[in-house]
Design a protein around this ligand. Structure first.
Ligand code: KE4
Length: 429
């Protein structure tokens, strides 16, 4: 694979954009080398500026669940754009996608659209604080809820990959209200609650973690959090920016049968355009301005183009729920093939998988939380694996702290090619 033009474009980009990227994890810092610039994408494939065709397992970090340039979504954007792009006034399509999302996801009566997952999670925490009148939050080491100050306290995803777990610029005043717990460790959460009696507004969690690789919750963990929240008047916030409309029509609440109080969304809900959202039962959502005192706003929130893309995406998923089953089957097939290929070459590894989210971790430690994820991410195996797979035309996340996201555009032939590439690359690990 030749990447001359990507490297040239990267040099240009670095002159006018910090690090040459608009989001750190894209810069390949964790794996070395220059990032790849994309020319276009269609279905399961990326076409880079050097003419290389790559099988895509990132899918824009989750949104492209039906594959790139999915016709119904593209057509919806084109049609809507002919009627204007933004008004800063209510439009009917916002009600249409809101009603559809509310019908698909359990436990929500109302939803507010914003422009990113960060904004959704930041607003959800403010709402939880406003609703409960309490200041502290519990988050989990390794979980990433976007780059709002309250969350950059040993964040996962880019912040960890980037090696700045506690970002400069976050004040001690902010940090004191964020308590850090250990994923899959109920006793730890219980102790934090006891040590901060009646001060905790919410527990925010990725109910399936995807920012320290993919880590499903241990049996009973989410149920335990639910019980602790009920016993202590704490709101349970499921950050479903990754898992919402991906693991099931109703996300993790439907898949694992645990109810949250506030749920945040992003990625899939926008069909590839900038959309985030947060939702809850009416009693909570009615605390939001202009109805209630908790302020939250946005010039481009509910933008008609983004709503059109999101509505087309959710409509497809709502009408064809068999897609989730198809994705889970393809991911299980991939898991089995990767496992076989790595074992054949004696490569010590573990694989975590749930629905269409999967991650490979090198070493023999089962990855169940941030510490075990960090242990597995250490050293060179992942870097070698990433570049080896790239050389074979397979694009996976440029960080061991990320998860793969499958699209339903992937064929079994693509999966076989990926397994073969893994078999070849693992000989060199
Ligand atoms: P955005 O602000 O990036 O739309 O969403 C933040 C966010 C919130 N919650 C979860 C569970 C998330 O995974 C994210 C963002 N995910 C990362 C990938 N791990 C986005 C990639 C990036 O930062 O460029």
């Amino acid at each position: 694979m030749i990447y001359k033009r990507s490297s040239a474009l990267f040099s240009e980009a670095q002159k006018v954009i910090p690090g040459g990227v608009n989001s750190p994890v894209r810069a390949f810092k964790a794996v070395g080398g220059d990032p790849i610039f994309v020319e276009k994408a269609k279905g399961a494939y990326l076409y880079d500026v050097d003419g290389n065709k790559l099988i895509d397992y990132i899918n824009s970090w989750g949104p492209m669940i039906l594959g790139h340039a999915y016709e119904p979504v593209v057509n919806a954007i084109i049609d809507k754009s002919k009627k204007g792009t933004s008004f800063g006034m209510p439009t009917q399509i916002e009600t249409e996608i809101a009603a559809l999302a509310v019908s698909m996801v359990p436990n929500i009566d109302k939803i507010r659209f914003v422009n990113s997952g960060t904004e959704a999670c930041m607003s959800a925490v403010r709402l939880a604080r406003g609703f409960t009148g309490k200041d502290k939050i519990i988050k989990f080491a390794g979980c990433y809820h976007g780059h709002s100050d309250s969350f950059l306290i040993q964040a996962g995803s880019g912040a960890v990959t980037f090696g700045t777990p506690n970002s400069p610029g976050v004040t001690a005043g902010t940090a004191k209200d964020t308590l850090l717990a250990d994923y899959n460790n109920l006793e730890n959460v219980s102790r934090l609650i006891d040590e901060n009696k009646d001060e905790i507004a919410c527990i925010i969690i990725e109910p399936v973690a995807g920012n320290m690789g993919c880590i499903p919750p241990a049996e009973g963990f989410l149920q335990g959090l639910r019980q602790l929240c009920d016993a202590n008047q704490i709101l349970l916030v499921f950050d479903e920016v990754m898992t919402g409309f991906r693991l099931a029509k109703g996300g993790v609440q439907e898949l694992l049968g645990v109810n949250a109080d506030i749920i945040t969304f992003g990625k899939v809900i926008g069909g590839g355009l900038p959309v985030g959202a947060f939702a809850a039962r009416e009693e909570i959502m009615n605390h939001l301005a202009p109805l209630g005192p908790v302020y939250q706003a946005g010039t481009l929130s509910g933008n008609p183009l983004a709503m059109a893309a999101g509505l087309a995406m959710l409509t497809e998923l709502n009408n064809r729920p068999e897609i989730f089953e198809s994705l889970a089957k393809k991911t299980a097939y991939l898991h089995e093939g990767l496992e076989k290929a790595l074992n054949e070459n004696g490569v010590s590894h573990t694989i975590n998988r749930i629905g269409s989210m999967i991650s490979i971790h090198f070493g023999d430690t089962r990855v169940i939380n941030f510490d075990t994820a960090a242990k597995a991410a250490a050293g060179d195996p992942f870097k070698k694996f990433f570049h080896g797979m790239l050389a074979e035309g397979i694009y996976i996340a440029p960080s061991a702290y990320e998860t793969w996201f499958l699209s339903d555009a992937l064929t079994f032939e693509d999966l076989d090619k990926t397994i073969e590439a893994c078999r070849k690359v693992s000989k060199q690990l």
